[in-house]
Write a protein that binds this ligand. Structure first.
Ligand code: SF4
Length: 146
């Protein structure tokens, strides 16, 4: 029998003022709804900051991956402050730069022109979740073997 699937918390930065925030929300939704629905749980950053006990408890007990739209890194900082250091702190400008994809210029009404940016960010989140899940399962099996 295999180990249960580890649940990983995804914390999108929820940015509304920058196109990167839109990329962030859409990419996280792709991961949560379509790519890895059974492995991931959304953590609502505004509720988390406002004192949501359930969100903070989950983020304390499970690995988290933060996804931020800019260098202010709101999701990574809040997660570390209220629950613990995320296992990976992704930054959208870095991901797009790595893939040679320009940052979308519009805030909403995303279409085919913005699809590549959303897709590469979603793929990067999937890689981060896979790595976090593998690490968690290794730790669990080591503890179980003690
Ligand atoms: S990280 Fe940047 S884009 Fe995201 S919520 Fe903070 S200021 Fe806005």
């Amino acid at each position: 029998m295999g180990l249960p699937i580890a649940k990983i918390g995804i914390v999108p930065c929820s940015g509304e003022a920058l196109p990167a925030g839109t990329v962030c929300r859409l990419a996280c939704r792709q991961v949560l709804d379509k790519l890895l629905p059974s492995q991931t749980v959304a953590i609502c950053l505004p509720l988390f900051i406002a004192g949501g006990e359930e969100e903070r408890r989950f983020a304390t007990r499970h690995p988290t991956i933060t996804v931020d739209g800019c260098e202010k890194r709101c999701a990574a900082k809040a997660t570390e402050l209220f629950s613990g250091k995320p296992v990976q702190a992704l930054l959208i400008p870095d991901i797009l730069r790595k893939h040679g994809i320009p940052m979308p210029a519009r805030l909403r009404g995303f279409g085919a022109g913005e699809e590549a940016a959303v897709r590469v960010v979603a793929e990067e989140i999937v890689r981060a979740v896979d790595a976090a899940a593998a690490q968690t399962q290794t730790q669990e099996s080591q503890h179980g073997a003690l």
